[in-house]
Structure formats: structure tokens, C-alpha cells
Write a protein that binds this ligand. Structure first.
Ligand code: HEC
Ligand code: HEC
Length: 323
């Protein structure tokens, strides 16, 4: 960080303190915080035929696919051996990290990509969840609540093992951002948006509609499934302006802390390029609302003046750059 930057940061912190009392809460829009329909919990019966991901003959059971029995690991050759906490968890209190974050750490839009984050950062975030500093802006969102629950029981030794495993994996992007006036109609399944089985489209509007390209592969938790995120035309150019802005009027250029290619910096600043834009926008909203705090405080001055459309544009542009 430059001296110039440090001065600006100090200035923004004091402005932030002055503004804090009058700050308005940002809404938690349903496309960024999708809620399963009531009663739509995953209830797949045990006696169904095993499933497969394309190109693999590993049989995945319903109990694995619904997370009742460890991780459905359809591509065991594509990642190092998982420690028990990642592959099996410690039932019933601690679900397997690899169930939600996937064996390759790619995560899904409703949780988080954690591959290639520093072990320090991973442990820090677990502490943030534990301390009540990462409750999120939608208290009914099940994936967040499950993460919040398990951090109460997971031991520091288990977190260490998981952090070591995920930090050694390579960050990768699985999303393509597309500008289009119309986006697919969606349903919520497994806590994320998916294309409506009946097809159809609707105006994209001020939203990010991020869906797996292949719903079945997503249901089977294929770690290599790809996503398309639809945003309104003009969004990426606006995002680029904000992300690279040097004047500091609305926000601070992300590269000042996240590094030139947004690949992260040191142990404390994570990579953000190419991540799920629904995840990114949720973090920006949560930070603005004070629902993500603790070690995230340096981000508050980045988001304090951003309007909802600014956050959408920033998330879309960052997601479109590659790690
Ligand atoms: C039931 C699903 C689930 C399981 C199991 C799970 N997580 Fe998470 N995790 C989440 C969700 C949801 C988030 C946060 C998403 C958000 O903030 O929008 C998250 C976020 C995180 C983050 C923050 C990532 C970032 O980039 O800031 C870390 C680190 C993490 N989890 C580690 C773990 C570890 C370690 C385990 C195993 C001990 C684990 N998780 C198990 C759902 C899960
Ligand atoms: C003043 C330094 C600074 C600047 C400028 C900055 N960030 Fe950050 N950012 C951080 C730090 C530090 C973290 C880690 C916070 C934590 O420990 O929870 C972070 C975390 C994030 C996260 C959460 C990542 C995750 O894995 O959960 C996102 C998303 C993010 N920043 C986006 C941005 C964007 C977009 C910009 C530019 C508009 C930006 N940041 C500018 C310091 C900064």
C-alpha cells in the first residue's frame, strides 16, 4: 500500500465514523439471498439408483448427494486426498466442509469458493463466524445458518486441517458473465438459483441471475460444473469504471489492496477475480449492513457510498476477470 493510499484510508475511516449513525441498510435482494420454498428441504430417498457426474464411473449415493453421508466425490482424481473433516465431517454436529465447498474448494454461489485462500484467512473467517461477525443480511438463509452452526462445534485442530487442505488448492473460476436484457426464468433449489425446468425468460433488470449451465450436474454436486451469470447490458463497463476508479469519490480501487489482478495480497487480503458474482455482491451488501464485520472492517470504506446498482456492476466486473 502506498503512503498516499494510507492517508486516504485514514480519511475514509474518519468519514465513516461520522456517517455511521445515518447509514442506510442495504436491502437483501432475493436473487442474491435465495430461499428454498418452505418444505423443499432435500429429502431424496435412500433407495434411488446411484448417480454419476459426466466422464466418471464413481457411484454417488442419495445419502451423499443430500449431505447425510459425507461428500459426493465424483472426481476423486482431480484433488489431493481430503482430511476426514473435509470428506466426512464429524456428524452430527459438523458437516463435511467438502459437501458445501466441494472437494476442489470451488464452492457454489450460495456458499463460498475457498480454494487457494491462505490458511490464515480461512481460520480468520471461521473466527468471524464464531464471533457473530458474519451473520449475513438474510437470517432465514439456510446455508449461512448451517455454517454458523458448525463453527460452534468444529475444533481448532479440525479447522487447521481443513485450512491446510483448501489453501493448497488452486483458485479457479467457473463462471462466465453475460450481458443480456433477458435472463432465464429461475427456481431456487439447494439454496441457489437454477434454470426453471419449464424454461422461459424474464427481464434481467437490476439483478445478477447466476445459474449452473447444467442443473443435473449441479444437483449431483459436480465440482467442475460451470455457471453463467446474466447482467443487464452496460453493467460490465460501469463495473470496470468503479473497480479501477482512482478519484476515490465512490469507492477505492480494488487493486490497492487485492493486488493488480485481484489475485489477493499476502495472508489477509483474499483473491476475488473470477469468483461467483452472487457471492461477491452478498459480501458487499453484508459489509455495508454491518452483517460482515470483524476483520472485514477495511472493506467498510469501500462499500459505504455504493448504491445497489454499483454493487451489482462491481461484482459482475470482478467475476468476469480471471484469477
Ligand atoms: C452446510 C454448508 C457448509 C459447510 C458444511 C461448511 N461451510 Fe463454510 N460456508 C458456507 C456458507 C454458506 C458460507 C458463507 C457464504 C456467504 O457469506 O454468503 C461459508 C463460508 C466459509 C468461509 C469464508 C470464505 C471466504 O471467502 O470468506 C470459510 C473460510 C469457510 N466457509 C470454511 C469452512 C470450513 C473450514 C468448513 C468445514 C469445517 C466449512 N466451511 C463447512 C457453508 C458451509
Ligand atoms: C483498503 C483495502 C481494501 C480495498 C481498497 C478493497 N478491499 Fe476488499 N477486502 C479487503 C480485506 C482486508 C478483505 C478481507 C476481509 C476479511 O478478513 O474478512 C477484503 C475482502 C473482500 C471481499 C470478500 C472476499 C471473500 O473471500 O469473502 C470482497 C468480495 C471484496 N473484498 C471485494 C472488494 C472490491 C470489489 C473492491 C474494490 C471495489 C475491494 N474489495 C477493495 C481489503 C480491501
Amino acid at each position: 500500500m502506498s503512503t498516499d493510499h494510507t492517508a486516504r484510508v485514514a480519511l475514509s475511516v474518519s468519514t465513516l465514523l461520522l456517517c455511521a449513525a445515518s447509514a442506510h441498510a442495504a436491502e437483501a435482494p432475493p436473487w442474491a439471498y435465495p430461499l428454498n420454498a418452505p418444505g423443499a428441504a432435500q429429502t431424496a430417498p435412500d433407495n434411488v439408483a446411484p448417480r454419476h457426474v459426466p466422464g466418471s464411473n464413481v457411484a454417488l449415493t442419495a445419502a451423499q448427494i443430500t449431505g447425510r453421508d459425507g461428500v459426493p466425490d465424483g472426481r476423486p482424481n482431480e484433488h489431493p486426498p481430503m482430511p476426514a473433516i473435509v470428506a466426512k465431517g464429524r456428524p452430527p454436529a459438523v458437516r463435511a466442509c467438502g459437501y458445501c465447498h466441494l472437494p476442489n474448494g470451488a464452492g457454489r454461489p450460495e456458499n463460498a469458493a475457498i480454494a487457494g485462500e491462505s490458511a490464515y484467512y480461512i481460520k480468520q473467517q471461521v473466527m468471524n463466524f464464531r464471533a457473530g461477525d458474519r451473520n449475513g443480511s438474510e437470517p432465514r438463509r439456510v446455508p449461512q445458518n448451517l455454517m454458523l452452526q458448525l463453527v460452534k462445534s468444529v475444533t481448532d485442530a479440525e479447522v487447521d486441517q481443513a485450512a491446510t487442505y483448501f489453501s493448497k488448492l488452486k483458485p479457479a473460476s467457473f463462471v462466465k458473465v453475460v450481458e443480456a436484457a433477458m435472463a432465464p426464468a429461475t427456481i431456487v433449489s439447494g439454496g441457489m438459483l437454477m434454470k426453471a425446468p419449464g424454461g422461459g425468460t424474464e427481464p434481467t433488470g437490476s439483478r445478477i441471475i447466476e445459474v449452473p449451465d447444467d442443473s443435473e450436474r449441479a444437483e449431483n454436486r459436480d465440482p467442475d460444473v460451470t455457471y453463467t451469470a446474466y447482467v443487464a447490458p452496460g453493467t460490465l463497463a460501469k463495473g470496470k469504471d468503479l473497480v479501477t476508479s482512482e478519484d476515490g469519490e465512490k469507492t477505492i480501487a480494488c487493486k490497492e489492496c487485492h493486488g493488480d489482478d485481484l489475485k489477493g495480497d499476502g495472508d489477509t487480503v483474499p483473491w476475488i477475480a473470477g469468483r461467483s458474482p452472487s457471492y461477491i455482491v452478498r459480501q458487499l451488501i453484508d459489509i455495508k449492513n454491518g452483517k460482515r464485520a470483524g476483520s472485514s472492517v477495511p472493506m467498510q470504506m469501500v462499500v459505504e457510498k455504493l448504491a445497489p446498482d454499483d454493487m451489482i456492476a462491481i461484482a459482475a466486473y470482478v467475476a468476469s476477470s480471471k484469477p
